[in-house]
Design a protein around this ligand. Structure first.
Ligand code: NG1
Ligand code: ZN
Length: 546
């Protein structure tokens, strides 16, 4: 068939280095950019098949998020803007690892397995981040799509969540918004301005926010969006990409992992600051107090702030909707306790990786999900959205209820329900703080984080010798490991610890929390030693932190 002839010809321009194997992991393919050209071409092919199969537009985003600038990666976006399904992650791995001469065979195998009608049209939206390698890599995606006769729309430089938004807008025929960057700014800014109208007497100081753009796409897009916000948010942008390197000593991941402010940010005492990651789908907040002490407001604090606000609005609106917060095992124990015991909201725990959180959040009327590292959003079920919209229109709704449901309606418009979105989350947080008249310190004071420590252990065999259960909170293998962890945890106060194989790095991650930093550090070290001894650690034995 002529269709496959072109694939065959074009694929030679994007050859696979022999022997190289890569896995579609929790965040798509991600590695050094020099290994990715063939992967991009093939993901163009796969997205075209997925589009034919679903009879919808599919997205392909070229980015390696918070990884160093030299890396790159690719993620596929399904019709409603969500991440691609697990079965197709498998196909992605299959296609990516096919040697050059068996590419067509694997392609036809997927077509057969999925019973794809090749006469269907295909449409693929493509976006990229600001890495130097992204231009040629996204061209390889476009080549892949066109070699199978698919139509492309190249959005060029966009944040990951912007591309998710575009795909959702397209497949809902405009119901979610207009599929343009301008449409995105308009939708979010209008909702933000409506919300902040409810915050009275805000001073310029309260409207000021220091934003670290990680020297990436988020900075670029924040600049574009600023005029739409009509000074209701006064952004002071640093690490805007004009001189520094992407994610280098800056960005959400750096701030969260190092627990310190990024370079290049001039922070005044108590000033609200936030950092995006390299593709602007993650955000963390922070400030320094009068003693110069750094305070991180991570994904758990964000989930608490937003769910508390939503719960209050539901009560005021007299709406009986179930709200739940979805976390992972990395959520600070204090946040879980606060949400369950004080806020009385349902808390559920899933495996690490946003797709797991996203799915769990879909089970509730309102599902607030955040990873501790700042990736998250809020999902409103169709039924919940309908109830809210009906109440807004109902002439019998009294003023107090009307105000609350209108706030809920604007909140739905402000939040990017397709995926975690640093810009949308930032505007949401700013609006909530403004409406409630809260400073960063007030927000931080809702609960106090338990001191914690994260470590990594490298093991010689496959890191999956560590098998887990109960949302990764307990290890079922190797034998004896969980019993050892249980015994160690008992030695400390308010302690908790778990281990799991990382989905993105070749390491076993160790997490520990306890009543003091010394205890958390010491527990994390002891558990690392147990992993090293029972799971075949390599290199030097883990050393105590103090
Ligand atoms: P792994 O490497 O599986 O721990 C990390 C993050 C996840 C998620 C993914 C994807 C931690 C402890 N883990 O996963 O939360 O963001 O990367 O980027 O932060
Ligand atoms: Zn990211």
């Amino acid at each position: 068939m002529a269709q496959f002839e072109e694939v065959s010809q074009k694929s030679k321009l994007h050859p696979k280095p022999e022997g190289l194997t890569l896995q579609y992991g929790t965040a798509g393919f991600r590695t050094h950019a020099k290994h990715l050209d063939h992967i991009m071409f093939r993901m163009g092919l796969l997205a075209t098949l997925r589009s034919k199969k679903t009879k919808s537009t599919i997205g392909v985003m070229v980015t390696a998020s918070h990884n160093p600038e030299e890396d790159n990666g690719v993620k596929l976006i399904d019709p409603m803007g969500e991440m691609v399904t697990a079965a197709w992650e498998g196909y992605a791995t299959q296609l990516a690892n096919a040697e050059q001469d068996s590419l067509l065979k694997e392609l036809k195998d997927i077509i057969k397995k999925e019973d794809i009608d090749m006469s269907e049209p295909a449409s693929v939206y493509v976006g990229k981040d600001t890495r130097p390698s992204s231009a040629s890599l996204s061209q390889a995606v476009l080549d892949g799509v066109s070699s199978l006769g698919g139509k492309t729309h190249d959005y060029g430089l966009v944040t990951t969540p912007q591309l998710h938004y575009m795909v959702c807008c397209c497949n809902t025929h405009g119901c979610y918004g207009s599929p343009t960057v301008e449409g995105y700014y308009q939708k979010l800014s209008q909702a933000f301005l409506q919300l902040t109208q409810n915050a009275l007497n805000r001073t310029d100081d309260q409207k000021r926010l220091l934003v670290d753009g990680a020297n990436g796409i988020g900075a670029l897009k924040m600049r574009e969006m600023e005029p739409f916000l009509r000074s209701e948010l006064q952004v002071v942008l640093s690490n805007d990409g004009s001189s520094g390197k992407l994610n280098h000593m800056c960005g959400a991941d750096y701030v969260k992992v190092q627990q310190k402010a990024p370079q290049g940010m001039n922070m005044g005492v108590g000033e609200r600051c936030c950092s995006f990651d390299g593709d602007a789908d993650r955000i963390v907040y922070y400030y320094t107090d009068s003693k110069g002490c750094f305070h991180l407001l991570d994904g758990d604090k964000i989930a608490t702030l937003i769910s508390t606000y939503l719960k209050e609005l539901l009560t005021q609106a007299g709406l009986n909707l179930q709200i739940a917060v979805v976390q992972t095992a990395y959520a600070n124990g204090s946040s879980t306790r606060y949400l369950e015991d004080v806020m009385k909201v349902t808390v559920c725990c899933t495996k690490t990786g946003v797709k797991h959180l996203h799915h769990a959040a879909q089970e509730y009327d309102i599902g607030v999900y955040f990873e501790a590292n700042g990736h998250g959003t809020v999902l409103f079920s169709k039924a919940a959205q309908k109830q809210i919209q009906e109440l807004v229109k109902d002439p019998n709704t009294n003023d107090e209820r009307k105000r609350a449901v209108k706030l809920l309606e604007s909140t739905i418009n402000l939040i990017n329900q397709t995926v975690g979105d640093a810009i949308s989350d930032m505007l949401m947080i700013e609006a909530v703080l403004a409406i409630r008249g809260m400073s960063a310190q007030d927000w931080d004071a809702i609960y106090t984080d338990l001191p914690n420590r994260q470590l990594k252990v490298t093991v010689c065999a496959d890191r999956r010798v560590i098998d887990t259960t109960d949302a990764e909170r307990r290890a079922v293998s190797p034998e004896g490991l969980q019993d050892t962890i249980d015994t160690l945890v008992k030695k400390y106060k308010s302690a908790r610890s778990f281990v799991r194989p990382s989905g993105t790095e070749d390491v076993v991650r160790v997490y520990a929390e306890a009543d003091t930093q010394e205890s958390a550090d010491s527990l994390a070290h002891e558990v690392s030693l147990a992993v090293y001894r029972l799971a075949g650690g390599i290199g030097d034995e883990p050393k105590p932190l103090h």
